[in-house]
Design a protein around this ligand. Structure first.
Ligand code: PEP
Ligand code: MG
Length: 544
């Protein structure tokens, strides 16, 4: 047995077999070849394999996400047959006498650059597609194509690190737990694991992957951050007992379903759920969330290989609103950038992405993207109780501009005779120190604040939330962070706005009493934490 220790990001225990997540290796070397015909034959074989894989992916997508979303894989199959693309590869092999991988990589770069320099947004987005299909061909050429043996068993997925886009594309029904060698517990991958109720341990160290094998038995303890590979019988028995006790405790919490979120002395608070996709609504309802306090809408963009259309977004928002049947649903507008990268946005590489071109900054400078989302949101608003909130606000003028675009969108809908609700609440995230400090100016402009403690901590303490080496300095209980929350709460209430917390700190029950004393009106947490926070609230007496 070998024990590894990292950070547990979702408390639960999983016992099962390891599956090593293979990233596609697309690093390519230029190699001189004599037999160019053989290289061209290799390209054809790799293309054929790629088409077969894409066909299987298309069929899976058709079943799971519907025809509109699946169409992109049909386009990919067509691109594989594109004459200009194939001629370019053959030409490079013939004239430069180089290996197939190199010819595909150069062709991909040339075509991607050509697409991204076009004026039309649709053609620009094809740049990511051509890279995608080329990477697939290269992976097939060098034998690193992802996929591997299909298995019906749930596995413990072990990876070096997982990007949010890789995490969302995993088949959730087959993931028993996540273990990553690197990564930080505040990353969006960790948040996704929590939202998916999947035991997860991250940052177990660089040597981990080289010491494990596919199929090894392992136990993941998401409470302590321990991972046992090939556990001995004694460890196995102890953790099985711990797993049983945890499940019993969780089922006891189920008894709190239907009960109020009320302290012993009668103070009430709303407890809502954070979700990242329409699929998480089931968990929110199952755990008796009073509403959705944060729908991270950017995951709709991460799941797609092109900008989601107004219609696609409308369908998703409508589904969330209808499923929540009149309960509050707060949808955050696109918060892309930093660790949430989407190829087709073609964002430049930045020195400091967390301080860079992201979230509201993208929306205000690319209003066509923002307006498409807002149109979808307002159209969906008639199906429930919608709140819209804007991320990464730092100034009064950003809020003015965002509100003005909302007015424009409503005006357009009115002129087109399309219905929208007049009672949509508008709010902002307080996740920069600037927003908290000028919360007296911002509060009169909006209906509510929602404190994003993940970013608020990062920016207040100058601590990169993605960097595991400085986690000890990212003190989420730091007095500065708590004072900014307190200040925002006072300013919200002075201006008849309400205030919630939707960062991970909202689920920290050692702070529930502090938040209640500050007058926080709502706590929004991963679905599985709703009942735990309810339990904490019901045991607090504020009169003491
Ligand atoms: C936050 O920053 O606390 C937050 C809720 O937003 P995200 O974690 O998606 O950045
Ligand atoms: Mg944030």
């Amino acid at each position: 047995m070998v024990k590894y220790t990292g950070k547990g990001v979702y408390g639960a225990i999983a016992i099962g077999k390891i599956s090593i997540f293979k990233k596609q290796d697309v690093s390519v070397k230029r190699v001189h070849v004599e037999d160019t015909e053989a290289e061209k034959a290799r390209v054809n074989a790799a293309k054929e394999a790629s088409t077969n894989q894409l066909q299987a992916i298309y069929e899976k997508a058709l079943k799971e996400v519907g025809e509109t979303n699946a169409q992109i894989f049909e386009i990919h199959m067509m691109m594989l047959e594109d004459e200009d693309y194939n001629e370019s590869i053959e030409n490079i092999i013939d004239t430069q006498k180089v290996n197939a991988e190199y010819a595909v990589a150069v062709t991909a770069d040339n075509f991607a650059e050509m697409f991204s320099s076009m004026d039309d947004a649709y053609m620009q987005a094809r740049s990511a597609d051509v890279k995608d299909i080329s990477n697939r061909i290269i992976a097939n050429l060098n034998g690193t194509a992802a996929g591997g043996a299909e298995t019906d068993d749930k596995m413990i997925v072990c990876a070096d690190d997982l990007a949010p886009s890789e995490t969302v594309s995993l088949d959730k029904d087959k993931v028993l737990a996540f273990v990553t060698a690197h990564g930080s517990s505040n990353s969006h991958t960790a948040i996704l694991a929590r939202n998916m109720n999947i035991p997860a341990v991250i940052g177990v160290g660089s040597e981990f992957l080289s010491q494990i094998n596919d199929g090894d038995e392992a136990i993941v303890d998401g409470f302590t951050g321990e991972v046992f590979v090939n556990p001995d019988e004694e460890t196995k028995a102890a953790l099985l007992a711990k797993q049983k006790a945890d499940e019993e405790k969780k089922s006891l919490l189920q008894k709190l379903k239907g009960k109020e979120n009320i302290t012993l002395d009668g103070t009430k608070i709303n407890i809502y759920a954070n979700i990242g996709s329409v699929d998480n609504i089931g968990a929110a309802l199952l755990n008796d969330a009073g509403g959705i306090g944060l729908f991270r809408s950017e995951f709709l963009y991460l799941e797609n290989s092109d900008y989601p259309t107004e219609e696609q977004q409308f369908t998703a928002y409508k589904r969330v609103l209808e499923s929540m049947a009149g309960k509050k649903v707060i949808i955050r507008t696109l918060d892309i950038g930093a660790d949430k990268q989407v190829d087709y946005f073609n964002l430049k590489k930045e020195e400091n992405p967390a301080l860079g071109y992201r979230a509201i900054r993208i929306c205000l400078t690319r209003p066509e993207i923002f307006k498409t989302q807002l149109r979808a949101l307002y159209r969906a608003s008639v199906y429930g109780n919608l709140g819209i909130m804007f991320p990464m606000i730092t100034s009064v003028s950003e809020v003015e501009k965002a509100l003005a675009i909302c007015d424009e969108v409503k005006q357009e809908l009115k002129e087109q005779g399309i219905a929208y609700s007049d009672t949509v609440e508008l709010g902002i995230m307080i996740e920069t120190p600037a927003a908290a400090i000028i919360s007296d100016r911002l509060a009169p402009m909006v209906d509510f604040f929602s404190v994003g403690t993940n970013d608020l901590t990062q920016y207040t303490l100058a601590c990169d939330r993605q960097n595991p080496d400085i986690e000890q300095f990212c003190d989420t209980h730091h007095e500065a962070v708590l004072r900014l929350i307190q200040m925002s709460a006072e300013n919200a209430h002075k201006n008849s706005a309400w205030i919630g917390i939707c960062g991970e700190l909202a689920a920290d029950t050692t702070l529930t009493e502090t938040f209640l004393r500050m007058g926080i009106d709502e706590l929004s947490v991963s679905p599985t934490f709703v009942l735990k926070v309810r339990d904490a609230v019901r045991n607090i007496d504020l009169s003491k």
